[in-house]
Design a protein around this ligand. Structure first.
Ligand code: GTP
Ligand code: MG
Ligand code: ZN
Length: 304
């Protein structure tokens, strides 16, 4: 039987077969891993798997094979830096839910996220949520960020899950796609999915405790059918996104506005810090590349 993994909780996976029936599946003992990547969890939400029925009445099964992943998003495993933790696979795009208040998403976080999407070749959309609580300061900041990110090719939305504002725009962006929904804890990922899919009733944060360290309402990734052709994957909030498998020299290639100028740098291994005849430095000085984003590029380089 073939199926799609919708949810993973420890050693059990909820797998939907081609007739839309859900099976509770485990991994067969002699499960053969197809991937060269070393990960702490062998199966991710979004994986296409093959399984044998174990108990028809209980609707349980045994997964014996996983199909090759078109793409995947992983982060560095919290237990072991050399291992990846698979978040989701076979994605069409990712939606970063950000907020400018309660809590604040920094541009540094946004840029790390975008770099990570670029390395996985997954298009990204940025939705600023909680517009209902933005004052003039936040709206000004939003206008700045919208201009910045749209200029380099990312779609930017301003929405409110609470007031259901501009939800139509978001729906349009999600149509026909399998979208990974990510962002810090508390930005409203689950709230948004509840608005998009009334009746799902995902658990959302009860109290507005933005200082609540380690407080995650969603604790594992889960996929939902938004409609016949669109799927959403809710994920637990991420505090930090490790950029995996990118060398210092490659990093600027994942900033679209730098990528298009790289061939004009004198040195092909230029890090754009203080090398002579650097096209990126030049573009920052004459205002063609945003200074804040360049600062975030340097901060990522500094974290290597
Ligand atoms: N004012 C306002 N509050 C919102 C909005 N959307 C969500 N919230 C509130 O923000 C809090 C966090 O929402 P959640 O949906 O649980 O956030 P989450 O991103 O799923 O969080 P994790 O599951 O921990 O990653 C809840 O108290 C929501 O009621 C919004 O548009 N405006
Ligand atoms: Mg949540
Ligand atoms: Zn350079």
């Amino acid at each position: 039987m073939e199926g799609l993994v919708y949810r993973s909780t420890g050693s059990w996976y909820d797998v939907k077969d081609l007739h839309n029936v859900f099976w509770k599946c485990r991994l067969k003992g002699k499960f053969k891993l197809d991937e060269s990547i070393r990960s702490s969890n062998p199966i991710a939400v979004g994986d296409i798997v093959h399984f044998d029925i174990e108990d028809k009445n209980e609707e349980t099964g045994m997964i014996y094979e996983i199909e090759h992943r078109r793409n995947y998003v992983a982060r560095v495993s919290p237990q072991n830096r050399n291992l990846r933790h698979m978040i989701a696979s076979n994605l069409d795009q990712s939606l970063l839910v950000a907020t400018l208040k309660n809590p604040k998403t920094s541009s540094g976080f946004i840029d790390r996220f975008l770099v990570s999407c670029e390395t996985y070749h997954i298009p990204a959309i940025i939705a600023f949520n909680k517009s209902d609580i933005y004052g003039p300061e936040e709206l000004e900041r939003f206008a700045y960020l919208k201009n910045l990110y749209e200029n380099i090719g990312y779609q930017v939305l301003l929405i409110s899950a609470k007031e259901q504002s501009k939800i139509e725009d978001l729906l349009n962006a999600l149509e026909g796609k399998k979208t990974l929904v990510s962002g810090h804890s508390g930005v409203g990922k689950s709230s948004l999915i509840n608005v998009l899919m009334p009746g799902q009733d995902l658990k959302v944060m009860e109290v507005s405790d933005w200082s609540g360290k380690g407080m995650h309402t969603t604790t594992f990734a889960e996929m939902y059918d938004l409609n016949k052709s669109s799927k959403l994957i809710d994920t637990p909030g991420i505090r930090e996104l490790g950029i995996v498998d990118v060398s210092k020299e490659e990093l600027s290639g994942y900033f679209p506005e730098m990528r298009e100028r790289l061939q004009n740098c004198k040195f092909n291994n230029c890090l754009h810090l203080n090398e002579p005849q650097c096209a990126i430095q030049e573009a920052v000085i004459n205002g063609e590349i945003d200074e804040e984003r360049f600062g975030n590029y340097m901060a990522i380089l500094g974290s290597y």
